[in-house]
Design a protein around this ligand. Structure first.
Ligand SMILES: Nc1ncnc2c1ncn2[C@@H]1O[C@H](COP(=O)(O)OP(=O)(O)OP(=O)(O)O)[C@@H](O)[C@H]1O
Length: 307
């Protein structure tokens, strides 16, 4: 059995009421284990509770109930070791504009008590492609460079677990690819990666396993491939040889005509086979010129579970 990088049980968080806001239950009892060595996606609609969960892991938000173990260390019993095991790349750049990249990494390493001899400033600058900017002020860095520096800061204490909170929001395609290359490299070297993203295509490509949170509850947790196969729905896109309007088909096949005259036929493969669908179509007198299959992606799974 694989050991777990993170073990969360019965995790609840209620934000206290303020003058302007009622108390808010952000996490309603989450049980979640994240295996060592995985690239794990934490997904959910806006306000689902992802940031709250990540901030609890980071030690930035205090949980209300439950237990959190990071690399085997209970957050309450061994706060230092649990904090040392995890590095967080936050959503918002929190860089001091008066520090250079090398300086920022050094200060961060100091905060984590990494002895000077063991600091890997040059190695990290190389990894994040900022060696030539080592001594430039952070305020002179581009948005993309600042993001990379945030990744670097998360790595100074050589954590076993790296958490990336929306790492590619508003980031161009080149930088995104570079970031994913870095993440894959770190994962190949054994680092466990946890990420939140709004780009479901990205999660589908990157993550071995995925958990979806909605309204503070864990609604599903599975391997990406199992999640994709669970959605029992398929769509055939048929281009007819001659234009057709509505075709008479059994009720279990839903149909839609697209602007360019193609027929989109959706059905549950468990109820009816592809061949049967095509037979019905031929019986209705449709001559088929071209067929394409539209297989569900993570976005479909996500929408079916959260809407
Ligand atoms: N400091 C806070 N005080 C009060 N309520 C908060 C606080 N932080 C978050 N919340 C509320 O808790 C709920 C969960 O928020 P959270 O930021 O964890 O969601 P999220 O899944 O990260 O959303 P997003 O994808 O938009 O970042 C929301 O209803 C939010 O308004």
């Amino acid at each position: 059995m694989t050991a777990n990088a993170i073990e969360i049980s019965g995790l609840r968080k209620t934000y206290a009421a303020s003058k302007t806001q009622e108390a808010k239950v952000a996490l309603k009892g989450i049980d979640l284990n994240i295996p060592q060595g995985s690239i794990f996606g934490l997904l959910g609609p806006n306000g689902a509770g992802k940031s709250t969960l990540i901030n609890i892991l980071a030690g930035l938000v205090t949980k209300s109930e439950g237990s959190v173990k990071i690399w085997g260390f209970d957050q309450d019993e061994n706060p230092r070791q649990s904090r040392a095991s995890i590095g967080i790349m936050p959503q918002e750049p929190n860089l001091d504009p008066y520090f250079t990249p090398a300086g920022s990494l050094d200060v961060q390493a100091g905060l984590y008590g990494v002895p000077r001899m063991q600091r890997k400033t040059a190695e990290i600058l190389e990894l994040i492609g900022l060696s030539d900017k080592a001594n430039a002020y952070a305020r002179s860095l581009s948005g993309g460079m600042r993001r990379r520096l945030l990744l670097g800061k998360a790595l100074v204490h050589s954590p076993q677990i790296l958490v990336l909170d929306e790492p590619t929001a508003g980031v161009d395609i080149t930088l995104r690819n570079q970031l994913w290359e870095n993440v894959r490299r770190l994962n190949d070297e054994g680092m466990t990666i946890i990420l939140t993203t709004h780009y479901l295509e990205e999660a589908e490509q990157m993550c071995d396993e995925i958990a979806i949170i909605n309204h503070g509850e864990l609604i599903v947790r599975d391997t990406t491939s199992n999640l994709l196969s669970k959605l029992d729905s398929k769509t055939l896109v048929i281009t007819p040889a001659e234009a057709v309007s509505r075709v008479v088909l059994p009720a279990e096949i839903s149909q839609q005509t697209t602007e360019d005259g193609a027929l989109r036929l959706s059905y549950r493969p468990a109820n009816i086979s592809d061949n049967e669908v095509l037979d019905h179509l031929r019986q209705a007198g449709v001559v088929i010129k071209d067929i394409q299959t539209d297989i569900p992606d993570l976005e479909d799974v996500f929408l079916s579970l959260t809407e």
